[in-house]
Design a protein around this ligand. Structure first.
Ligand code: ZN
Length: 421
């Protein structure tokens, strides 16, 4: 699928890679790394039916910051993102709206791309739709059936024969993954969130209520693809990301990212599936961004309390102010969007802009060193923004010690993705 297009950031003087981030799987700060020269990132993409609300924007801006940190540390970054362009929520939404699901997916994906460009989010190298990954999914599910880590469920009232599920117990017996090893949740927590996040614990014939769907055989009125020996049908959600990541990134890749609502079951089972297929871990480190609330509740289509990037843009709000408002909250914290936050961000951007006309406009080296150091500690963007405030005040250390002038505007664009000019 066509990705979007964001200008490549200016190459900066290389900074030391001292990054430590909070890994959900180990519940500890750690350096996410396979080697000193490359890094690889997979961020779960949208299901294109409510793009792009500020919860989405926060996720992609947060992981964009990670990519920009790595680039500033001189690493080569490989980045893949998916689009879940066929799944129950999309089909249900399209039906409720009386539109073709493909049309809704296309239109919402286009909107998402334009919002990402506006927010200066660097594009992934591979942007892959679920509908483009059917063959990858079929091969992975076949491998799991052969390896005994997947099983077919017989039909019951109203459900046809042949849906394929992941066998969590068999996969654990095989080794390399245990239930909870990615999400760091206990069984009671998993059982609580599973039905809220697309799981079907009550489906008769499953060996464990938490076993997730791998392949859903065709039902009347639903889209379906040729699944070879699996029969006509469509992929489950977790295997989609698992198969796409395996195809386009190293095994394991460096960071699996997404919103904190993806910890379980999505990231738990994406990782489990990959290991069940080839014995290797999916990712080195698992990072989760916080949830964004509006009017006291998590922003979601079902609650109807969405603020959309496109709506703000249509109102004339500058994307750089939206980005600055997002970066002023630590990526792991849950927070609430408000007009006050936006106003504060607009005022801050104006202050930084006026400082670009002041005597320290070329003190980029000092800003870069201080902001990169701030980001090294679990991507502390609020601290990096405070570096800009200190620079604008003229009180940042090292402002006068710039042997080579480096425009602050270029540093801020490249490292933080804030386009001040
Ligand atoms: Zn995913």
């Amino acid at each position: 699928m066509k990705s979007w297009s964001t200008p490549a950031p200016r190459a900066l003087p290389v900074q030391p890679d001292r990054l430590r981030v909070f890994d959900t799987a180990t519940q500890a700060l750690r350096h996410p790394g396979n080697d000193a020269r490359t890094a690889s990132l997979y961020v779960c993409g949208i299901t294109p039916y409510d793009a792009t609300h500020l919860g989405h924007a926060t996720t992609y801006v947060s992981f964009d910051l990670l990519q920009r940190y790595w680039l500033a540390a001189g690493l080569e970054v490989a980045y893949t993102q998916n689009v879940t362009d066929v799944d129950d929520p999309l089909l249900e939404r399209a039906e409720a709206m009386g539109v073709d699901w493909r049309e809704l997916a296309r239109e919402q994906t286009d909107l998402f791309r334009s919002d990402m460009e506006a927010l200066n989010v660097l594009a992934p190298d591979h942007y892959v739709g679920a509908t483009e990954a059917i063959d990858l999914v079929v091969r992975a599910v076949e491998a799991m059936l052969e390896g005994g880590t997947a099983y077919r469920v017989p039909g019951t009232d109203g459900e046809p024969d042949g849906d394929v599920y992941f066998d969590s117990a068999a996969a654990q017996a095989r080794g390399g993954w245990t239930l909870g090893s990615v999400s760091a949740m206990d069984r009671a927590q998993m059982e609580e969130v599973f039905p809220e996040r697309g799981g079907d614990p009550g489906r008769p014939g499953k060996r464990d209520p938490l076993d997730p769907l791998l392949w859903r055989v065709h039902r009347e009125g639903e889209p379906a693809w040729d699944g070879g020996a699996l029969g006509s049908g469509r992929p489950g959600w977790h295997i989609e990301c698992s198969a796409i990541a395996r195809e386009h990134l190293p095994a394991p890749f460096t960071v699996q990212g997404g919103g904190s609502d993806l910890r379980f079951p999505h990231h738990e089972f994406s990782a489990a599936h990959a290991t069940a297929v080839d014995g290797r871990p999916l990712a080195h480190t698992f990072l989760h961004s916080g949830m964004v609330a509006l009017d006291g509740q998590k922003m979601s289509k079902s609650l109807g309390n969405l603020e959309l990037v496109s709506r703000l843009r249509a109102r004339g709000v500058e994307p750089v102010a939206i980005r600055a408002a997002i970066l002023d909250r630590h990526y792991r914290s849950d927070w609430e969007w408000s007009e006050d936050l936006l106003t504060a961000a607009e005022e801050r951007v104006a202050r930084w802009r006026s400082a670009l006309d002041g005597p320290h406009a070329d003190a980029g080296a000092a800003v870069l060193a201080a902001a990169h150091t701030a980001l090294s500690e679990d991507l502390d963007a609020p601290a990096a923004l405070r570096v800009l405030d200190t620079w604008a005040d003229g009180t940042l250390d090292g402002l006068s010690a710039t042997a080579e002038p480096l425009p602050v505007a270029d540093v801020v664009d490249a490292l933080l993705g804030l386009r001040l000019r």
